[in-house]
Design a protein around this ligand. Structure first.
Ligand SMILES: Cc1cc2nc3c(=O)[nH]c(=O)nc-3n(C[C@H](O)[C@H](O)[C@H](O)COP(=O)(O)OP(=O)(O)OC[C@H]3O[C@@H](n4cnc5c(N)ncnc54)[C@H](O)[C@@H]3O)c2cc1C
Length: 378
C-alpha cells in the first residue's frame, strides 16, 4: 500500500533571529579572514574553535541541563548549525559528538556513560568518531566482520574500520561490532561499543583524500580489551540503534550547504556585471536551496516533536547532496574567464571535496532504496 512521506510545514520561531545575529557576530570576530572558508562540514577542524563554541553553549544545545546541555529546541540548534556551515567555520572536531554520538548516548547509554561523556562533549573537551564502515562493508553495513567476543569483565575486539573521519584526533568512537555470529536475520547479533581511540592497542593509519588532506583513517583492533561498561545500549540491538542515528545524520543543513561558499563567491563575481544567463542560474540555484532548506526545517520541526522521520531525512540527503555536487559543476561552466583568485580557489576546493558529498552518510543508491521503502514501493 502507498504510504507516502510527510513534510509537515515548519518555520523558525521569532526568537531565533536574535540567536542568529549572536552567532553571526561571534563568527565575524572569530574567523580568520586570511583562511578561505569552506562550507564542507568535514573540511575544517579546530579544537580551540569548538571550545569557544562550547563557551557560548552551542554544543549539546538540546540536551538536558543535568548533563551540561542547554535544553534548547532543535530549531535553535538548526539556526546555529546553519550559520556555522554557511560561514565555512571549522566545525569538524565536535560535529559528530554534537550531532550524533551525544543523542545516541542520551537515548541508549547507561547513566554512568551519560555522566562520563556528555558534560565533556558539551564543554568541547571530548570528541567522537563513527565506526561503522569496514573495508568490505560500506553500503551493506549488515555484512560487517569486526567482532567483539565476551571475556572476563568486558569484550575483546578484532577487526578493522575504514573511512573513519578524524579518528586520529578524536577521543572515542562508537563502534558497530558483531557480538554474535551472522545468522539468517542479517541484522541480528550486532552491538555498539564505545572504543577509546587513545588506547595503545588501537592502531590508526591515515588515508589521504582527493585534496591531499588526511581527514579519514583506517582503524585496527587486535584483541583490544573494552570493559563491560562501554557496551552502548543492549547487546544485539546495534542495528536498531545505528538506524536511529540516521535521522539526525541525514537531514541537517550540512547536507545541502557544502557548496554554499561557491554560491557566495559566484554572487560576488556577477553582482555588478552579471549576464542574464548568470543571473538566471543564480536565481535557479537559490530557489532550489530555499526549497531544500524548508524541507530540512520541516524535519527539524518533526525531530523537535519527538518523531524520527527517517525516509524524509534520506530524501533530503539524496536531493541535497545532488544539489551540492551540481553547484560547482554548473557554476564552473558559467564563470567569468577573468574570475578572481578567491573565486577560483573556493571552486577548486569544492570540486575536490564534491565526490564525497554523495558517499558519506549513505550513498545515493542506498538512499533511493530507503526512500522507496518510505513510499511503500518496496
Ligand atoms: C568523506 C567521507 C567520510 C566518511 N566518514 C566515515 C566515518 O566517519 N565513519 C564511517 O563509518 N564511515 C565513513 N565514511 C564511509 C561511507 O559511509 C561509505 O563510503 C559509504 O557508506 C559507502 O560505502 P563503500 O565506500 O564501501 O562503497 P560501496 O558500498 O562499495 O558502494 C560502491 C558503489 O556501489 C553502490 N551500491 C552499493 N550497494 C548497492 C546496492 N545494493 N544497490 C545499488 N547500488 C549499490 C553504491 O551506491 C556506490 O556507488 C565516509 C566516507 C567519506 C567519503
Amino acid at each position: 500500500m502507498f504510504q507516502g512521506m510527510t513534510f509537515e510545514p515548519g518555520s523558525l520561531p521569532e526568537g531565533t533571529e536574535a540567536l542568529r545575529q549572536e552567532v553571526r557576530a561571534f563568527l565575524a570576530s572569530e574567523l580568520d579572514p586570511d583562511v578561505l572558508p569552506n562550507s564542507d562540514f568535514n573540511a575544517g577542524v579546530s579544537a580551540e574553535f569548538s571550545r569557544k563554541l562550547a563557551e557560548h553553549g552551542w554544543i549539546g544545545m538540546t540536551w538536558p541541563k543535568k548533563y551540561g546541555g542547554g535544553e534548547r529546541s532543535f530549531l535553535e540548534r538548526y539556526v546555529v548549525t546553519e550559520e556555522l556551515i554557511a560561514a565555512g567555520a571549522p566545525v569538524g572536531t565536535h560535529w559528530i559528538a554534537d550531532r550524533q554520538s551525544g543523542p545516541l548516548l542520551l537515548k541508549f547509554g547507561s547513566e554512568e556513560q551519560r555522566q562520563l561523556f556528555l558534560p565533556k562533549i558539551v564543554s568541547g573537551e571530548l570528541f567522537f568518531s563513527i565506526g561503522m564502515s569496514e573495508p568490505d562493508s560500506g553500503s551493506d553495513l549488515a555484512s560487517i566482520r569486526t567482532t567483539a567476543t565476551k571475556t572476563d569483565g568486558g569484550w575483546l575486539l578484532n577487526g578493522s574500520k575504514i573511512w573513519t573521519s578524524f579518528a586520529h584526533t578524536n577521543h572515542y568512537m562508537v563502534t558497530l561490532v558483531r557480538t554474535q555470529p551472522p545468522s539468517e536475520n542479517r541484522h541480528a547479533g550486532m552491538s555498539q561499543i564505545v572504543v577509546d581511540l587513545k588506547d595503545e592497542n588501537v592502531e590508526i593509519t591515515g588515508i589521504k583524500n582527493l585534496s591531499g588532506e588526511s581527514d579519514f583513517n583506517q582503524v585496527f583492533f587486535d584483541d583490544l580489551f573494552v570493559p563491560d561498561n562501554m557496551l552502548l545500549g543492549e547487546e544485539g540491538n546495534g542495528w536498531e540503534q545505528v538506524m536511529s542515528e540516521l535521522g539526525y545524520e541525514r537531514s541537517g543543513p550540512e547536507r545541502f550547504l557544502s557548496a554554499f561558499r561557491v554560491l557566495v563567491e559566484f554572487t560576488r563575481e556577477i553582482e555588478e556585471n552579471g549576464t542574464d544567463e548568470q543571473l538566471a542560474l543564480l536565481g535557479r540555484l537559490s530557489a532550489h536551496l530555499v526549497t531544500l532548506r524548508r524541507m530540512s526545517i520541516s524535519v527539524a520541526t518533526m525531530l523537535e516533536s519527538g518523531k524520527l522521520p527517517l525516509s524524509e531525512a534520506a530524501l533530503i540527503k539524496d536531493v541535497g547532496t545532488t544539489f551540492e555536487q551540481l553547484v560547482p559543476e554548473v557554476v564552473r561552466q558559467a564563470a567569468n574567464p577573468n574570475a578572481s583568485k578567491r573565486f577560483i580557489d573556493t571552486l577548486n576546493e569544492c570540486i575536490l571535496h564534491a565526490p564525497s558529498f554523495t558517499l558519506r552518510g549513505g550513498t545515493r543508491e542506498i538512499l533511493k532504496g530507503v526512500i522507496a521503502r518510505g513510499l511503500g514501493l518496496r
